[in-house]
Structures are given as C-alpha cells and as structure tokens.
Design a protein around this ligand. Sequence first.
Ligand SMILES: [Zn+2]
Length: 365
Amino acid sequence: MGTALIYDEEMTKYKLLWVDPACKIEVPERLIVSYEALKNSGLADRCVSVPVREATDEDILLVHSEEYLEAVKKTPFMTLEDLQEFTLQYGDVYFHPNIYHCAKLAAGASLQLVDSVMTGKVRNGMALVRPPGHHSMRSAANGFCVFNNVAIAAHYAKQKYGVKRVLIVDWDVHHGQGVQYSFEDDPSVLYFSWHRYEHQKFWPQLRESDYDNVGKEKGEGFNINVPWNKVGMKNSDYLSVFCHMLLPVAYEFNPDLVLVCAGFDSAIGDPEGEMCASPDIFAHLTHLLMNLAGGKLCAVLEGGYNLTSLPQSVCQTVQTLLGDPAPRLANLEVPVKVHLSPSTVADRLTGSTGPASNTQLSLPL
Ligand SMILES: [Zn+2]
C-alpha cells in the first residue's frame, strides 16, 4: 500500500528578518535537515512522493475567518516595517513576504496527504511542512503557526470523504490550543495532547491546557490534555501515557482516520521541551497508532528545534510508517506515577465504566 512523503523545498524559503529571541529557533534548516536525513537513510526513496499544492481559500476557511485570511493575504506586499507591525498583534510568530505562500503549501500538503490516504493511493504518510499549524486560531497566527494545517485536514476529511470520527494525536511538546479550540464542542474529533505545562508557567500559559479541560457541550469528553508539570520526561513516561490513557480511549472512539500533530520538540535535546525521550520512542508511538483506523495515519510536522534529534525522530516515524519494526528501547524505567479516577471521555463514549474509565488525565508531578 505504501507510505506517502510530501515535501517541497519552497517551504524553506522564508525566515525571521529581524531580531526576536522567541522566534529565532524556527529556521528553514529544520526542514532541510529532516529531508536530507530521509534521503541519506534511503527512506525517502522507499516512500511514494506526493506533490504539494496550495490550499484554496475554501480550504483555509474551514478553520479560519475571512477577515484573518484577507489580512494574511496582504503580507506578501508589506514592507519590513509593516510586517513587523502586523506581527506584533499576535504572539510568538513572525511574518515574511513568502510566508503566506508557504502557509498555503503547508496546509495544502496536509490535504494532499489526506487525499492520498483516503483514496487508498497509500496506507499512511508524512508531510514535512513549514510553517507549523497547531497553535494558529480562527482569527490569529500564534507560535510560529499561520494556518492550522491539521485542523483544516480534519474538517476537510469530514467534508470530502464523509469521515465520521477523526482522532488527532498531538505529541508536540506544546499544547495545540488552536486545534483544541477548533473542535472543543465537536464529538466527531477526539483531540489528545500532552504538553509541557509546569502548572501554567510554560508557554502558552493557558488555563485551558490543563487536564480538566475535556471539551464543551456535545464535545465534552472528547478533548484530552495531559499536562507535564515538570521537564525531563523519558521514554517510559511517554509509553505509559500512550498505553494507559490514550489507547484505551482511542480504541473505544474507533476513529476512521488518525491525524498526528507530529512535533518533535518533545525529543531529547530540544531547547523548548527539555524532555529526555529518545528519537526512537517515535517509532513506538507511531506503531501504536497504526493499529487504529485500519492504518490510515497522516503525520504532519509541527515543532522540533534541535537539528540533531529532529531529523532522527522524523526518520524513526517514517521508517515505522513504512512497516519496519520499531527498535528495542534501552533503559526503560518506572514511569511517573499516574493517579486513577474516572475519565469523562470513556463515560461519554460507553455510558458506563469501561476499561478507559480507570485512567486519569492529571499527572501529579
Ligand atoms: Zn512545539
């Protein structure tokens, strides 16, 4: 069936044009080294190469407001000063004359991936994109993100292919608040995110990133936040949360499609995450998700700022999507303690106390 790889060098062609310490880590090299690693390891040649396309206005409006789209459309014609001023209204993001074009390609690449998987051209795949998407909101750029690639992809899959249930797994080290907002009242999209939190001291410092934000109205129970209240999480912690929290609920949810906000700032050496999980953990996380939705899995790059662990993690993910066995993990230790209490997600899905009801979404660290 095959694995799609979607990449276009064009998305390396924008960068920060002024001094901003918060944004200096989001560099074109992130994409360049990731693709080079896939080429050099021979993995890229084993994938089905799928071209990118620009997302259309209609695609972008699935998530974003017309007002915001029209504002971003003006950025290619702005002077440096205008771009800086435009950027100031948002948080931790920067604009460049070519970023609108790249953002359309990033969203479009995600949709090409959904098309490739949903039409059966491939079983699964990965889109290597810049700018990332999971922080951008209906009317706001945020956290290096312009358009919400994965949220757009989820809406698109529902609309174009009649997909009934989409699972979005966000293993980036930051909370994808844009994705949460997009689906918090929607029971057809189950959003799972673990993220560095430190009792709301870590960016984006939102109350709604905590474990007790489980969705709203009809979507209550379909939003799972796992806030890490300290750094240094290891392979065993990630595996434990996947096996004990995410997977029982994911199996009950029984998705038709799995989308991954594949950020690798949750790997060791990343200046943002400060976590200690090794790149090969992503082989295991990917493998565990491949059992869902008949294997229909689309991974879309989000963060990842260490230019050593990022390409290694990307390779582990793609290698697993291709069907290679995951490497044996060394030095697994006892995971952080997880308390037990009812999970509204499982209660909502089954109306009773299923196996997932014994998991708790709070990590008392
Ligand atoms: Zn991130």
